[in-house]
Design a protein around this ligand. Sequence first.
Ligand SMILES: [Zn+2]
Length: 139
Amino acid sequence: MGAYTSVPTWWNHSDSRYRLVCGECPECGAVSFPPSGACTDCHERVEFEEFEPEGTGTVLSVTVIEGGAPPEFASLLATEDAIAVAVVELDEGARLPAMMADCDPHAVARGDRVERVVRRIYEQEGVVRYGSKFRPVRE
Ligand SMILES: [Zn+2]
């Protein structure tokens, strides 16, 4: 359930959410997302070198949410039976939780190649929030 619990944290980083801006650690070279706080690898608090990743990566794990979701997902679950939330490792090395799009949530599997797309995430207080989701790369 690791992906599920980290999603609300991710929503709070609104500036990096849209473009998935990552940060490279000047100390060890590891890539963190979002580029704030301590490096995920060496745990130093550093000034990250920010960059925009290609947006392709691999699914590390996936959780399918079918009920009991946070309130902001309620309207989404009303139109879709289930939502797949994956932990994606970008090709640059950063790991982040993201919703999957354009696919059967139950068909997403560890090791799948995915690419970023900008989609409607949810509506709250009349405002539609957009952000990054990932969809399977079709060969
Ligand atoms: Zn580091």
